[in-house]
Ligand binder design. Structure first.
Ligand code: SF4
Length: 233
């Protein structure tokens, strides 16, 4: 093969001008958006500073890279291609707590680990937010009776959102994070638990027999599921 570029490409400026003209037309409208059209020619938006800051915080969250146990796998899945948490402006996990303002607690916390987790939390940038992912992080989960298991992250650090499940599906975590963003944007700070009926709209799987059986045992007030491992099928 020859190294000489084809004459049609080398000597012609067609592709460049054609692309440019197609893109720009008579008026360069590349930067137009529906929002820009809605505001017309005025380049100003008037708002309250607090509201603007809350909106900015909620729209640009920096997650800490933090995995503890099996829930972490679901968390990684939430970051990955299918669910792509970054679509909502909260995707790329940060390797240092100093660059992060949100921590997801995805797993069982044991008493030896709890002080380390607290230290990591303390090093995060203010204002910071905590997402409790899964039964273990909420209450100790299936290991609740363990002598060394902390009965929920709430005992160590303040929690903003609880996402129940063992493990919660990626859709559930996604929903929890979006809910947190919504709350941050609105300046709300009281902790909440994402309810199962809210999660239902994100589930694309049929409930299996075991889940249906256990559904009666869910205490809707504290959302802690008592699971009897000895009698389980
Ligand atoms: S809640 Fe379930 S899946 Fe998540 S860390 Fe605990 S045991 Fe593992």
């Amino acid at each position: 093969m020859s190294d000489t570029p084809k004459r049609t490409i080398h000597e012609s400026s067609d592709p460049m001008t054609k692309t440019r003209e197609a893109r720009m037309g008579d008026v360069d409208s590349r930067f137009n958006s529906r929002l820009r059209e809605a505001f017309g020619s005025s380049p100003f938006i008037l708002t309250k500073f607090d509201q603007f800051m809350n909106w900015a915080r909620g729209s640009s969250m920096f997650m800490l890279q933090f995995g503890i146990a099996c829930c972490s796998l679901e968390m990684m899945h939430t970051y990955a291609v299918k669910h792509d948490l970054d679509r909502f402006g909260s995707g790329v996990p940060r390797a240092s707590p100093r660059q992060a303002d949100t921590i997801i607690i995805p797993g069982t916390i044991v008493s030896k680990f709890a002080p380390r987790m607290k230290r990591v939390y303390d090093q995060m940038a203010e204002p910071k937010f905590v997402v409790n992912m899964g039964s273990c992080a909420i209450s100790g989960g299936p290991f609740q009776e363990g002598y060394n298991v902390v009965k929920g992250a709430e005992e160590v650090i303040p929690v903003d959102i609880n996402v129940p499940g063992c493990p919660p599906r990626p859709e559930a975590l996604l929903y929890g994070v979006v809910k947190l963003q919504e709350r941050i944007s609105q300046g709300e700070s009281a902790p909440v638990t994402v309810k199962p009926y809210e999660l239902e709209q994100f589930g694309d799987l049929e409930q299996d027999e075991l889940t249906e059986k256990l559904a009666d045992q869910i205490d809707t007030d504290d959302l802690i599921m008592r699971y009897n491992w000895a009698d389980s099928p």
